[in-house]
Design a protein around this ligand. Structure first.
Ligand SMILES: Cc1cc2nc3c(=O)[nH]c(=O)nc-3n(C[C@H](O)[C@H](O)[C@H](O)COP(=O)(O)OP(=O)(O)OC[C@H]3O[C@@H](n4cnc5c(N)ncnc54)[C@H](O)[C@@H]3O)c2cc1C
Length: 293
């Protein structure tokens, strides 16, 4: 069986997966886990969130994709500033709901179009904050062992800049965050509006997956290095470097993931040769065989 995968990502390009299972409840997911355990071949696994940090190759992904939905999209406000988010809860929705409940510290997430699970795996962040700043614990399911879901403290996830130790065969089912409480709801609403305004002004819409490269450990940001070389607007067929943000690569409608990939290779080579900096990829590259990135 072949299932559309590329079009489920924010790049909206790229090929199919061998299989895609969308699960709405924990019992369904546990049945999927049992079925995977019965397979006598090793199948590559991929957990798909909102696909906003991913580029799927035009050839697709030769494995099984698992996507959470339904009950995993829930968000509940608990006591003392804590909140529980499902793995598929969308960050912009969560940011607005938490702010409307007078909980502070999650406003930054309004501009990040990913799921909570994807954000934990990537330790997503922005505007001076990140998931690690408020995360208390997650519920994690390992698809390849025989164990039930387990609680893992945030301190055990090795969260650092756009990194965690969560593997491709592990799913974040949900988690708990600790936020400030009794905050001024009007002020939080204004902060959210300001972040949305800033994003519209400084980042492009359309088909992209946010920043393609992580910022180097020291010195200038990836976007500054790319801009300095005059690469804004640089095109490889259907892909081009955004004129609004040099670390964003846009893809044309009906374009090709391989064009995005080739443009990333081109940028990386020029930054290495002309500025002596080795850029590292932030977005997850799925189904690419080449190792130029
Ligand atoms: C316009 C735009 C702006 C962006 N701005 C930012 C920003 O400011 N800061 C930032 O950090 N990122 C940003 N991003 C990137 C992206 O939105 C984040 O990395 C987001 O957290 C990814 O979540 P996702 O659900 O889309 O994950 P996906 O892209 O679906 O997956 C990303 C990784 O997480 C894994 N994953 C997904 N869900 C789960 C789960 N439930 N359990 C375990 N693993 C999972 C996937 O297997 C994959 O390895 C931006 C993207 C876009 C398109």
């Amino acid at each position: 069986m072949n299932a559309a995968l590329g079009r489920l990502t924010t790049y909206r390009v790229g090929g199919p997966a061998k299989g895609l299972i969308q699960v709405s409840k924990l019992d369904e997911l546990l049945l999927v886990k049992e079925a995977i355990g019965r397979l006598d071949v090793e199948v590559p696994l991929l957990v798909l969130g909102n696909g906003s940090n991913m580029l799927v190759s035009d050839r697709g992904f030769d494995g099984l994709v698992v996507k959470l939905q339904g009950s995993f999209e829930q968000l509940s406000v608990l006591s003392d500033g804590r909140a529980e988010l499902g793995g598929a809860a969308m960050l912009p929705v969560a940011a607005r709901k938490l702010a409307a409940s007078g909980l502070s510290g999650f406003e930054w997430a309004v501009g990040v179009p990913g799921s909570f699970g994807g954000a934990v795996r990537m330790n997503a962040g922005g505007h001076g904050s990140e998931i690690a700043s408020s995360l208390l614990k997650v519920t994690l399911l390992d698809l390849l062992d025989e164990e039930p879901p387990k609680e893992v403290k945030a301190s055990e996830l090795n969260l650092s800049y756009r990194h965690s130790c969560i593997r491709d065969d592990q799913i974040v089912l949900g988690g708990e965050v600790q936020l400030g409480y009794d905050a001024d709801k009007k002020k939080l609403k204004e902060e959210i509006s300001e972040i949305v305004r800033w994003r519209r002004e400084n980042q492009p819409g359309g088909q992209n997956a946010g920043s393609v490269f992580v910022n180097p450990d020291s010195g200038k940001k990836a976007a500054q290095l790319i801009e300095e070389l005059g690469l804004k607007g640089l095109r490889v067929r259907s892909a081009h470097v955004s004129m609004k943000h040099a670390n964003f690569i846009q893809c044309d409608e009906g374009g090709s993931a391989d064009d995005v990939y080739q443009l990333m290779v081109e940028i990386k080579q020029r930054v290495r040769e002309l500025l002596g900096v080795e850029l590292k990829t932030e977005i997850r590259l799925i189904g690419f065989e080449e190792d130029a990135l």
